[in-house]
Ligand binder design. Structure first.
Ligand SMILES: NC(=O)c1ccc[n+]([C@@H]2O[C@H](COP(=O)([O-])OP(=O)(O)OC[C@H]3O[C@@H](n4cnc5c(N)ncnc54)[C@H](O)[C@@H]3O)[C@@H](O)[C@H]2O)c1
Length: 375
């Protein structure tokens, strides 16, 4: 046990709450970690809980969250339940004295998210939101290069998401009930809330400063997809950002996971960084490219050796939580950061609804895009 450890022993004893579609991706990093034991699983669908526990070597199987939380030997929980349940589940876990990692989006409303952070502070426990994009090696490397000054002073961040089709085994094996709560009134909806929170998190984390104004056009397409073009003004007026989501339902793209891919372009006054993939593998480019140019000529570096498997971001995010508990180091993303991500998300919906610029810092509650039936 290190002197700064936040747990009693020298291994993290973890309970997993929710064994649905995304659980295996998250739990892989806990199973891989030398100092973590996945000891308990809870899901109200008993067969699902049993199958997951068997796959992960967990000895305790529960269908009731209170029963899992009553286990005093657990140090921490990973909450992988539908987003509308995060608030209640996180508060229950904190009240039971567990450190908490919860999936994105942190909650359905800004107030719930703030209450979760405040409860963790009061309890002196860790609450972090697992943000897999932040631990995806090409994006992490881009951030490190920016910190080293590789592109000079930051002037523009452009984040682009393409939604297409895939025949990946991952997509084919998703259970449909995992989509019901995303599409009905249990969610602020739709895709910009559910998935784009990753990209909002990147827009804030890569810049290292707040966004103070958002303008956006949000459209509605099949299922819950929402083509979008949004522009961001940051605190520093010299820094601008944009986010686009395009929808290509007849375009199959290479992906081992969902039928989507992402591109991030980061412009500085001395150079340019391009992350050329994330969820998918649409292009045969190096996953990260650095371009620098000065009076002596251009230099282009393709970082071909990076691990660009999207699943690696999940594994590393889980490992990061365990390391934070063992070493007493900060665990990303914090509740405060996650509140800002949520406000940015709702600011895009609000700007789309009103055709007016919106300051994300003024957002409270939640915002639903127009055009969604209330069922
Ligand atoms: N990081 C990512 O890229 C990523 C991807 C997908 C989903 N997610 C997030 O993960 C969470 C789960 O998403 P999903 O797609 O796996 O959903 P899902 O509906 O497939 O899984 C949720 C699971 O939680 C279980 N559950 C419901 N109530 C419960 C309770 N009281 N106690 C324990 N378990 C309970 C359900 O039975 C189900 O098995 C969501 O917040 C979602 O936004 C993140």
């Amino acid at each position: 046990m290190t002197p700064m450890s936040l747990i009693r022993g020298d291994r993290v004893r973890l309970g997993v709450v929710g064994a649905g579609n995304i659980a295996a991706m998250n739990v892989a990093g806990y199973l891989d970690h030398d100092c973590c034991d996945v000891v308990a699983v809870c899901d109200p669908v008993e067969d699902r809980a049993r199958a997951a526990a068997a796959a992960w070597g967990a000895t305790a199987v529960h269908t009731d969250l209170a029963a899992l939380l009553a286990d005093d030997s657990l140090d921490a929980v990973e909450i992988l339940t539908p987003t509308h349940l995060h608030h209640d589940h996180v508060l229950a876990a904190l009240a039971a004295g567990k450190h908490v990692s919860v999936q994105k989006p942190i909650a359905n409303t800004v107030e719930e998210a703030r209450a979760m952070g405040a409860a963790a502070d009061r309890a002196g426990l860790v609450l972090r939101v697992s943000e897999c994009f932040r631990h995806y090696p090409p994006i992490e490397k881009a951030k490190a290069l920016m910190a080293e000054g590789a592109i000079g002073k930051l002037s523009n961040i452009r984040i682009r998401t393409i939604v297409g089709q895939t025949d990946s085994a991952f997509q084919a094996n998703l259970t449909a009930d995992g989509y019901v709560w995303r599409l009905n009134a249990l969610s602020p909806r739709g895709h910009l809330f559910d998935d784009m929170v990753h990209k909002y998190a990147m827009a804030l984390w890569l810049a290292g400063q707040d966004i103070v104004s958002v303008q956006a056009i949000v459209r509605r397409r099949d299922l819950f997809f929402e083509p979008c073009a949004a522009i961001f003004e940051y605190e520093d007026p010299a820094l601008l950002g944009s986010m686009e989501v395009s929808y290509a339902p007849k375009m199959w793209l290479r992906s081992r996971y969902y039928g989507a891919d992402e591109f991030i372009e980061i412009q500085g006054d001395e150079g340019f960084l391009q992350v050329t993939r994330a969820t998918g593998e649409l292009l045969d480019h190096p996953p990260l490219v650095l371009y620098r140019g000065d009076e002596t000529g251009p230099t282009t570096v393709g970082f071909t050796g990076l691990d660009a498997d999207w699943a690696t971001g999940f594994r590393r995010s889980s490992a990061h939580f365990v390391d934070a508990l063992l070493e007493g180091t900060p665990a990303a993303m914090t509740a405060d950061e996650s509140v800002k991500v949520l406000q940015l998300c709702f600011a895009v919906y609000e700007a789309g609804n009103t055709s007016r610029p919106v300051d994300p810092r003024t957002i409270t509650g939640s915002v639903t895009p127009t055009g969604w039936a209330n069922w």
